[in-house]
Design a protein around this ligand. Structure first.
Ligand code: GAL
Length: 677
């Protein structure tokens, strides 16, 4: 387990580097990431590659005992290159090229940019191939940040036509598969299919889904170019990429197939403001939402079975969300422990020192711009010391009993036709995730084609494009004794984004024992109700945004609509199949309905849980330890033996680890706890 930092030696005088390196080592930092935006410094003009400064920076860090992760510098093509080859630039949907002046202004499909990438990456990789303190690489930086996965330039238009030609036998097949008779959209050739550029009304959903796939695959392919060049130079390096939180346009599973290590960048107090619905509470503005962050940890842990890293961890206040509160006292330590609890093998704070220049002057570092320690520094030092004391057994693997199924194709298809302004695939998935995490259950977030036999329960919030193969796998899982919970909008469309000829849930109809008779959507403020009754319990519970009326065949009702038009119609139903059970929930459940359904699935599956945890508190089992993280400003008491990390009385934004197994653990709000939440 290591703690690290992202560092930009090129921003500071050379005389300072040794002091920075010594201070990093003294802080318990072991690994430093460098050079992701350094192209203009590495190559001030064409061909004048200058590694001297970077050699010295790497050597200075190595002398202090620090490992280095280098980055390919392609996220920021320099001005001379953009001027010389303007065709490398991305284009906005209306065709306007992205101007020089920030970052990520290049196109993944530009043949010119691929040529330049090959040149700079191979030169850099060859230069560092024998440098022992360079342990691995990050490709580029955050593919897709600032909405840059989907480009609309002419190179992309050509590449899209070629991509379609590979995918369909003939343009007739494409016309048939998409259903282009609608609004006279028939295409005479593959070349005639343009990217979805601005139109009076929305674009055809099949085109939108295919363009989403094509754009994501373009980034996957571009990443592969880096990976191959790096492996050619030294196949002992690990190659990683830093993904983002709650990020739709790039299929991280597909990119990760080419990587040795999956990493992501975590900024909890920004995420609650710019990529989650609902007004953040004061506690969330101070420390973020543990389930929003946790879902990303679990997604990136799940992608290629390897331990993941947090390549960039928020170090203090940041510059880019709408507002930038100071994180709670201790939050930077809390985030490191929370990441480790979810399986992280390393957490690197972004950045070492607040920058005096450029766009991120208002972004904290572990140290202030005058070099003195900032608030995050104290937290990072403490986290590093606590983690250094843990053994390998303490930190062995995360053994998740539940799989949450997630598929980017479903996400893209539902984003093309959400059918309600507030229908979000990811928020809907997070409703179920939250219900699982409220019970302390560890979750793997995996693709529906993943082998499911190792799991006790599977939750599939929206298998929108489920096909026969997925239906067969899930049927085998349930017949063999697995517990399955399937959510709304499953089995609705085929892979080309056309409605199935049969009613939803299409291929899942026989497994779930029902059909969807009607669906309806509402503004988010409208709350609707169902009556839940399972023989032992009867309650009124709420749902919002999306609701279906079910026609039951083999299934029995678990909840029926209790409002006006839909009154009495089944909304949730259960079907026993072989040795297991499947529950289909046709509404976007409120927190209590989701908890009710998830609790029953967990109980039937025999999964160990905690009691429903207090708000902001989450529990994780990893190896021999149970971690308790408190994202709230209230104090809590944790039952059980001695704390191995921290103390069993958790203060605001605090974390501890105990050996007590999950099922025996109690977490209670301290009677005199501060109620600022
Ligand atoms: C990340 C990015 C970093 C930096 C950081 C600021 O998205 O990778 O380069 O911009 O945000 O929080």
């Amino acid at each position: 387990m290591t703690i690290g930092v992202c560092y930009f030696p090129e921003h500071w005088p050379r005389e300072r580097w040794a002091t920075d390196a010594a201070q990093m080592a003294a802080a318990g930092i072991d690994v430093v990431r460098l050079a992701e935006f350094s192209w203009a410094v590495l190559e001030p003009e064409r061909g004048a590659l200058d590694f001297e400064w970077l050699d010295e920076a790497v050597a200075t860090l190595a002398e202090a005992g620090l490992d280095v992760v280098l980055c390919t510098p392609t996220a920021t093509p320099p001005k001379w290159l953009v001027d010389e080859r303007p065709e490398i630039r991305q284009a906005a949907p209306d065709g306007t090229p992205r101007a020089f002046g920030s970052r990520r202004h290049y196109c993944f499909n530009s043949p010119a940019y691929r040529e330049e990438t090959r040149r700079v990456v191979s030169r850099m990789a060859d230069h560092y191939a024998d440098q022992p303190s360079v342990v691995g690489w990050q490709t580029d930086n955050e593919f897709g940040v600032h909405e840059t996965i989907r480009c609309y330039c002419d190179d992309c238009a050509d590449a899209f036509s070629a991509w379609l030609r590979d995918r369909y036998d003939s343009v007739d097949h494409l016309n048939e598969a998409w259903g282009t008779t609608f609004w006279s959209q028939r295409y005479p050739s593959f070349e005639a299919v343009d990217p979805p550029r601005p139109t009076p009304a929305e674009h055809h959903p099949s085109l939108r889904l295919e363009y989403a796939r094509f754009a994501s695959e373009s980034a996957v392919d571009y990443n592969r170019l880096h990976v191959e060049l790096l492996r050619e130079a030294n196949d002992e390096w690990f190659v990683a990429h830093n993904f983002m939180g709650d990020f739709e346009p790039l299929d991280a599973h597909a990119v990760s197939d080419d990587l040795d290590l999956v990493t992501w960048d975590s900024y909890p107090t920004g995420f609650v403001q710019d990529r989650r619905r609902g007004t953040p509470t004061m506690d969330e503005l101070r420390a973020g939402d543990p389930d929003q962050v946790g879902l990303n940890h679990d997604l990136y842990r799940g992608t290629n079975d390897a331990p993941f890293w947090v390549m960039e961890q928020q170090p203090g206040d940041v510059n880019w969300p709408p507002t930038c509160p100071q994180p709670g006292e201790g939050a930077m330590r809390l985030w490191a422990h929370h990441a480790v609890a979810h399986g992280a093998a390393s957490v690197l704070y972004f950045r070492w020192r607040r920058c005096r220049q450029g766009q991120e002057q208002y972004h904290a570092g572990l140290r202030k711009q005058d070099g003195s320690p900032d608030r995050g520094y104290t937290d990072a030092v403490r986290a590093a010391a606590e983690l250094a004391d843990l053994s390998e057994d303490d930190l062995s693997h995360v053994d998740a009993p539940v799989a949450l199924l997630h598929d980017y194709d479903d996400w893209w298809a539902l984003s093309a036709q959400p059918h309600a302004p507030s229908f979000s695939y990811w928020e809907h998935l997070r409703t179920y995730y939250r219900a699982l995490r409220e019970r302390g259950v560890q979750v793997d977030v995996v693709h529906p084609e993943t082998a499911l036999d190792g799991y006790d329960a599977v939750v599939a919030p929206s298998l929108h494009l489920a096909d026969e193969e997925v239906a067969d796998d899930l049927t085998a899982f349930v017949e063999g004794g697995g517990e399955l919970l399937v959510g709304a909008r499953s089995g609705v469309k085929d892979p080309y984004n056309q409605l199935h000829a049969t009613l939803a849930p299409g291929p899942l109809a026989s497994l779930t024992g029902l059909r969807v008779d009607q669906h309806e959507s509402f503004p988010e403020r409208v709350e609707r109700a169902v009556t839940f009754a399972d023989g032992t319990d009867e309650r009124t519970l709420s749902w919002r945004v999306w609701g279906e009326w079910l026609d039951l065949a083999a299934a029995v009702p678990l909840a029926t609509h209790s409002d006006d038009l839909a009154e009495g119609k089944p909304a949730v139903a259960r079907n026993d199949v072989g040795a297991g059970t499947v529950v289909y929930c046709g509404v976007w459940p409120g927190a209590d309905l989701a908890a009710t359904l998830v609790d029953r699935v967990l109980a039937r599956a025999g999964v160990a849980t905690t009691r429903r945890l207090p708000a902001g508190v989450r529990v994780n089992r990893r190896g021999d330890l149970t971690w308790v993280t408190n994202f709230s400003s209230r104090s809590h008491r944790v039952s059980g033996g001695e704390a191995v990390v921290g103390r069993r009385t958790l203060g605001a934004f605090d974390a501890c680890a105990v050996r007590t197994p999950l099922g025996e653990l109690e977490v209670e709000v301290e009677a005199d706890g501060d109620e600022r939440a």
